[in-house]
Design a protein around this ligand. Structure first.
Ligand SMILES: *Cc1c(COP(=O)(O)O)cnc(C)c1O
Length: 430
């Protein structure tokens, strides 16, 4: 008897055709990894265990036997990713960006600690918030997760400038001086402009406060020398997802650029937070894929990241000029891979995102500054990393803007979407 899996294979085949050749995918956190990255994930590494660190000549760092080839790949991945980012420390074991953050929350923070982070309505990731891993970690028994009030957790939000798309460096410095928190977290999910890291790092260094820069979204841009260079601007740890702008397998990473004294003080929290703190088996089948993606970024990262930013800015400009309002106009819309668009007048983000999906344009709704109801957000978040990878340039962004503009207003553009996508199915930068 054989087990029939043809129905499963059929579903997967439909997903492949739809998402790889018909859809225009504008989800800012997604990407298509290269064929090489996909190919190396199906190997004997799947299902093995390699807790601890790679063994070294004369030194056993693993808790299992049989890891000699895994050790080679893990050591190479660490070395090559450190070189790519100019880092002195790397942990490549976290299985996702959130897992990397969880490791640091568990490894470094304690109940009752004070943390400053981006709020969700300022674009912060929900894991940084009260109900996320950081909020939960600093909560003592009996304490409310509600912010403000006598028994509330000590989570504070980064102050913003008037436009709401930038962290106010000066006010943050004042807040750090006033609160002396245990940790400052920078980085977010609606992430248009760099954080004022150097300014904040100066005061944090003086006071001995570590900074976590969450580069989940922008890791690929940083690898390509765009956006900002957190490890050189003074962050203590940088975490990231390796499958968003960084076009690798679904994993995470923690990087550091610490001198020996800082390393002794801050790196054990990362190391112990990853294992045994938050993981054991670290999904080894995807580790060689991370090494492949790291090499691809070493070779093509600069060109790829620069084109992503040019495309995001071009899409913002085209859409705005057509009359679909794009946020942060006065700052050139974005310095990253995404833009934020206000669609309140066409029924709001949820409704418009569904309309676009019917036209095979895939993206997600998002809260914009001033929104209070997460179920009724006024915005769309539009990211260009995946379409850039399939070769779209500023001119294609103009065509895409026209289709978005029409579809947002209810016109059926599905045929035109397919026609445009058909011209961009071969992957570049690999
Ligand atoms: C996406 C995201 C995460 C979570 O990353 P995963 O790899 O999905 O676990 C964490 N932080 C920020 C700011 C994000 O945008």
């Amino acid at each position: 008897m054989t087990v029939d899996i043809s129905d499963i294979e059929n579903i997967i085949a439909q997903q492949e055709t739809w998402r790889q050749t018909q859809c225009i995918n504008l989800i800012a956190s997604e990407n298509t990894p290269s064929n090489a990255v996909r190919r190396v994930q199906n190997s004997d590494f799947m299902g093995r265990y390699a807790e601890g660190h790679p063994n070294e000549p004369g030194k056993v760092n693993r808790y299992y036997q049989g890891t000699q080839y895994i050790d080679q790949v893990e050591s190479l991945t660490r070395q090559e990713i450190m070189r790519l980012f100019g880092a002195r420390q790397a942990d490549v074991r976290p299985i996702s960006g959130n897992a990397a953050n969880t490791a640091l929350a568990l490894g470094y923070l304690r109940g009752g600690d004070t943390v400053i982070a981006n709020s969700t309505d300022a674009g912060g990731h929900i894991s940084h918030g009260a109900v996320g891993v950081f909020g939960r970690r600093i909560q003592n028994r009996g304490q409310s997760l509600k912010i403000g009030g006598a028994k509330a957790i000590n989570l504070h939000y980064l102050p913003l400038t008037e436009d709401h798309y930038h962290v106010d460096g000066k006010k943050t410095v004042e807040l750090v001086e006033q609160l002396s928190p245990q940790l400052v977290i920078l980085g977010k999910s609606l992430f248009l402009f760099p954080e004022p890291l150097s300014e904040i790092a100066a005061v944090c260094k003086e006071k001995g406060i570590p900074i976590l820069y969450d580069a989940a979204h922008v890791l690929g841009l940083i690898a390509g020398g765009q956006f900002q260079a957190p490890l050189q601007e003074g962050t203590t740890w940088m975490t990231g997802s390796t499958h968003k702008t960084f076009p690798g397998p679904q994993r995470g990473v923690i990087l550091g650029n610490l001198n020996p004294e800082e390393e002794k003080k801050y790196w054990p929290a990362a190391d112990r937070g990853v294992f045994p703190g938050s993981s054991s088996n670290h999904h080894l089948h995807s580790l060689p894929a991370l090494l492949v993606a790291t090499r691809e970024m070493e070779t093509y990262g600069r060109e790829y990241a620069a084109q992503i930013v040019r495309n995001a800015q071009a899409l913002g400009k085209h859409l705005d000029e057509l009359g679909t309002p794009v946020e942060a106009r006065e700052f050139g819309y974005t310095r990253s891979h995404m833009i934020a668009v206000n669609v309140a007048q066409w029924g709001g983000g949820v409704e418009v995102a569904r309309t676009l999906e019917k036209n095979d344009i895939i993206l997600n709704y998002n809260m914009l500054p001033g929104d209070t109801d997460p179920r009724n957000p006024s915005g769309l978040r539009i990211g260009v990393p995946e379409m850039t990878r399939f070769g779209m340039d500023e001119q294609a962004m103009g065509e895409l803007a026209q289709l978005l503009h029409e579809a947002i207003r209810g016109k059926d553009v599905k045929e035109q979407v397919h026609a445009l996508r058909k011209r961009f199915t071969i992957m570049k930068y690999v």
